[in-house]
Write a protein that binds this ligand. Structure first.
Ligand code: SF4
Length: 89
């Protein structure tokens, strides 16, 4: 059974299509499939840079490291997650 093919297409459309394999996958489409399958995080594509990471985060409703850093938590508690941004999932 295919994994949400529409979502794979949308993610693949955002990726740079250099097929450089720096993400650890055979190309951009296999990486998109791994993201949808939950097997890969969205921060494994160096050629895409911060703007592509932010676009993926918006599409998939995930928080970027930059957003977490902007709302850094300084409470000092041992269990602190380091950010005021709440988990979405
Ligand atoms: S690192 Fe990025 S550009 Fe290179 S193959 Fe993977 S997804 Fe494509």
């Amino acid at each position: 059974m295919p994994l949400a093919p529409d979502l794979v297409d949308r993610i693949d459309d955002l990726l740079p299509q250099t097929q450089c394999t720096r993400c650890g996958y055979a190309g951009c489409r296999p990486y998109a499939e791994a993201i949808v399958a939950g097997a890969a995080d969205i921060n494994r594509c160096p050629p895409g840079g911060e703007s592509m990471l932010a676009a993926l985060a918006r599409m998939l409703e995930r928080h970027t490291p930059a957003l977490k850093a902007r709302y850094k938590c300084l409470c000092g508690a041992k269990t602190c997650r380091g950010t005021m941004v709440a988990k979405k999932r």
